[in-house]
Write a protein of this length. Structure first.
Length: 396
């Protein structure tokens, strides 16, 4: 039996790389289909990749073919790496990289002049340049101080002021081409990500509220159930962080991009205001507080006790309606066709549930402080959610 088990394990172990390759191939296929279907992150990546390749080819054509420069490597290299995710980051990193390349070329030339030996010059310059690469002013481009020194010294050309200036000029040419291509050829404008992340946050908030509502309707829910709700609310917080990152990229992508260039890129005319980020951030905080209250109520070693009977069912129905409103908001953000529903009737239902929950709270007050405290806290958190998710329909 042991031999059979060992053989099966070896067979499965042998299939793991094949399965991993299959998963990667499937992911690549999905990305290709998504890029083909329409605008999105995948198509943006394709455009940026082709722009970087095009910038390098243009730089090589200018430096290597038209100018017939035997040291034309610097220009396409710099142009390739400067086609960044935004025009502003291309300009910023162009300045950092140019400063790093100048520093590396000067230090390498000085080391070669001192030692008159390529190996000695590398040994003398690289430790110094690697330390200088950590200078915050260079940012992520600091490593180019050392790599430039390697290129300069490995080329074998004689050290002279004209040679150093020549290399720096090639770097400047590549930087100009890279930044120009990124700025004038379909400039990257990241407005779509804000709307998509905001809609995803609203949709996932509705999913969590639906999950909690379904769990509360069950006959028994325990600490394990509430732990799952806590994990769900933690994922919401990570979605908030992703939204903050997308908003930052959106603001940066609008810098140094003119109106005609934005229209050429067919960027969205507008994105939801930043107040929407704050609103759904508060929704996330209220959902987190709600799940924490349920965790405490489900703990057998804690004094607060969960409400029971009709009050709990009413509360679950209220959360379900709030989750429906979250899903409807997500659909509107994405411009999807939202199923028509009588909003007035829904709001009236929510008002009725809220009124009956308040009556249930008064009834629980006669049964003991523990259950009353939990129900009152849950009702307050539901009111907070209501005020944020359906701001036009405040509970009375």
């Amino acid at each position: 039996m042991t031999a059979v088990t060992r053989t099966a394990r070896e067979a499965l172990r042998g299939r793991r790389p094949v399965a991993a390759v299959g998963r990667e191939a499937a992911a690549v296929g999905r990305a290709v289909r998504s890029a083909w279907r329409g605008p999105g992150r995948e198509r943006d990546l394709v455009v940026q990749s082709l722009k970087a390749a095009g910038a390098a080819l243009i730089a090589w054509a200018v430096a290597g073919v038209w100018m017939d420069d035997p040291m034309a490597l610097m220009a396409p290299w710099v142009a390739l790496v400067l086609v960044q995710a935004t025009v502003y980051s291309s300009v910023r990193q162009a300045g950092q990289q140019f400063a790093a390349i100048c520093t590396g070329a000067l230090v390498a030339s000085a080391a070669q002049a001192i030692t008159d030996d390529t190996t000695g010059a590398l040994a003398l310059s690289l430790p110094v340049l690697m330390l200088m690469a950590n200078w915050p002013r260079f940012g992520p481009q600091g490593i180019y101080t050392a790599t430039t020194a390697v290129f300069v010294l490995a080329s074998g050309t004689a050290v002279s002021a004209s040679a150093v200036g020549h290399r720096v000029g090639q770097a400047a040419l590549g930087a100009v081409i890279g930044v120009a291509v990124n700025a004038f050829v379909l400039p990257p404008i990241h407005l779509r990500d804000v709307r998509e992340n905001l809609a995803a946050l609203a949709r996932e908030a509705g999913d969590v509220l639906h999950s909690v509502a379904a769990g509360l309707r069950e006959a028994e829910w325990d600490a394990q159930t509430t732990t799952g709700w806590t994990s769900d609310s933690a994922r919401l917080q990570r979605r908030v962080e992703a939204l903050e990152s997308a908003r930052s990229w959106s603001r940066e992508s609008l810098r140094l991009t003119s109106g005609p260039l934005r229209r050429l890129h067919r960027a969205p005319a507008a994105v939801p205001p930043e107040e929407e980020d704050q609103r759904w951030g508060r929704v996330t905080g209220n959902i987190t507080a709600l799940t924490r209250t349920l965790v405490v109520a489900a703990d057998e070693h804690r004094t607060p006790a969960p409400p029971e009977g009709p009050a709990l069912d009413l509360y679950a129905r209220l959360l379900k309606l709030l989750g429906d409103s979250c899903h409807a908001e997500a659909g509107r953000l994405l411009g999807e066709a939202v199923e028509a529903r009588p909003e007035e009737a829904t709001e009236a239902t929510m008002e009725e549930l809220h009124r009956r929950l308040q009556e249930g709270l008064r009834e629980h007050a006669g049964q003991g402080a523990a259950r009353t405290a939990v129900l009152g806290t849950l009702l307050l958190q539901a009111e907070n959610l209501w005020a944020e998710i359906v701001p036009d329909a405040q509970p009375e």
